[in-house]
Design a protein around this ligand. Structure first.
Ligand code: GKR
Ligand code: MG
Length: 429
């Protein structure tokens, strides 16, 4: 073994990152969201970076994993996945990720979400040590930039009164005109040419009207609508019929593979998912029933960049499209998404990213979108550098929090404004 590649230290830094009041089917984003930054340091002096969810369950798994990693090589990535990581199966079984926005929660998915940050950090460290970009370690890029879509959200102009939070300059967007204005701003600032609206917030007819307004404002440009499973099969079919001419795809209109299969069979609109196919075990039924036409991969819960490529290969074999899902994330994850997306030949849809909504980052330089695309870095590793002062500042915010913001809970954040709010029973409409 090359001793230079031996891990001598692993640093875990939980942070709280400012987040605007973005609305979804569960409630609203908290003013700060937890993320975990992983640093893997080698004997040769390379430091690899990774990022994942920062809620307590993830942190608790990351700590023993960090200890296991010391003394191993950063090239020993397969063995990482074999390390015994104890998850209390009973505690996670039946629970839902982020209130259901990422499908069913399982011990395995939790493990993979943590392992992915270590895998990315190991690949980054390898790349830095060898002077190679991460995409080269994955077999090389097939494109030199990756397209992202504008991720539109219904949102309030500010977090509710009395809630500590950072101001944002996006303004409120609560109706079709507000959504079109937000889309124009995102297009102007970042050059996005395709648009996804996060739905499941208002009754479907209002969201249909917003998509029609987008179609009028951006004729011929790809549009998507994602209510996170808030609709019944009949509602999904009705919306699909009304938007058939303007949608690139409809994302998770309804919950579960059988219901998605019914909608897919009854409408001509392709269905995408980051809710009913979120693990390798869920693929078989969904693909055999033709329930989904596009899978939105996410290297965090699919278990890293190499698993993302495995998923893409399976999708290719079944003629199912691939795109990329996102949750609130920082630049380390955007760099990782871009490196792996660059290597996937069958990625033909613009990827999702929340990054434009994050005014804070732990990088010395923010990653830029030009013409809606992120250039694939040729720098060693992920090609990004940590801003230690900013990391320390965002960590202090986490350390000083009384614990309430350390778990993402969009329903709890909603209750601040609407005390009677309960997570809606799905399907809501
Ligand atoms: O950020 O509110 C949000 C989204 O709703 C997110 O949590 C979803 O998981 O973006 C995701 C999606 O596409 O379903
Ligand atoms: Mg989705």
């Amino acid at each position: 073994m090359n001793r230079e590649l031996t891990v001598v230290d692993v640093r875990l830094t939980p942070v709280l990152v400012a987040d605007p009041p973005l609305l979804n089917a569960q409630g609203v984003h908290q003013p700060y969201t937890p993320r975990l930054i992983v640093e893997v340091v080698t004997a040769g002096g390379a430091t690899g970076l990774g990022e994942t969810y920062g809620d307590t369950d993830y942190l608790e798994l990351a700590r023993p994993l960090a200890e296991h990693l010391v003394g191993r090589s950063v090239t020993d990535v397969n063995a990482l996945f074999g390390l015994g990581l104890d998850v209390d199966e009973d505690r996670v079984r039946g629970a839902l990720d982020a209130g259901g926005l990422r499908g069913v929660r399982s011990a395995d998915k939790l493990r993979l979400s943590v392992l992915s940050a270590f895998e990315v950090a190991c690949l980054d460290a390898q790349g830095r040590a060898l002077g190679l970009p991460v995409h080269a370690l994955l077999g090389g890029r097939v494109r030199d930039s990756v397209e992202y879509s504008a991720y539109l959200f219904y949102k309030w102009g500010a977090h509710p009164d009395g809630v500590r939070g950072e101001p944002d300059d996006w303004g409120a967007a609560l109706d079709p005109a507000g959504i079109v204005a937000q889309a124009r701003l995102l297009a102007e600032r970042y050059g996005f040419t395709s648009f996804k609206l996060k739905g499941g917030v208002f009754p479907p007819e209002q969201e249909v009207a917003a998509v029609h307004a987008l179609a009028e404002a951006f004729p011929g440009q790809p549009l998507r609508l994602d209510p996170n499973g808030a609709w019944s099969v009949p509602t999904s079919l009705k919306v699909a019929a009304e938007l058939a001419d303007v949608l690139e795809y409809l994302e998770d209109p309804t919950l579960g593979t059988p219901a998605m299969a019914e909608v897919a069979a009854g409408s001509g609109v392709p269905l995408a998912t980051n809710m009913c196919v979120t693990t390798f075990g869920e693929i078989r039924e969904a693909f055999l029933r033709d329930a989904v036409q596009v899978v939105l991969s996410d290297h965090h819960y699919w278990g890293g960049l190499r698993n993302t490529r495995h998923l893409a290969a399976i999708c290719a074999a079944f003629g199912v499209g691939v795109s990329m899902h996102s949750n609130t994330h920082l630049g380390i994850s955007l760099a990782a998404m871009t490196q792996v997306a660059a290597t996937v030949p069958n990625l033909h849809h613009a990827c999702d990213s929340h990054y434009p909504w994050q005014s804070e980052d732990v990088l010395t330089e923010r990653i830029e979108f030009r013409d809606g695309r992120v250039a694939v870095s040729e720098q060693p590793g992920l090609g990004v550098e940590l801003d230690r002062e900013e990391l320390a500042r965002l960590h202090r915010r986490w350390a000083e929090d009384d614990g309430r913001l350390r778990e993402r809970d969009d329903a709890a954040a909603m209750r601040v404004a609407e005390p009677g709010w309960r997570t809606p029973v799905m399907p809501r409409w």
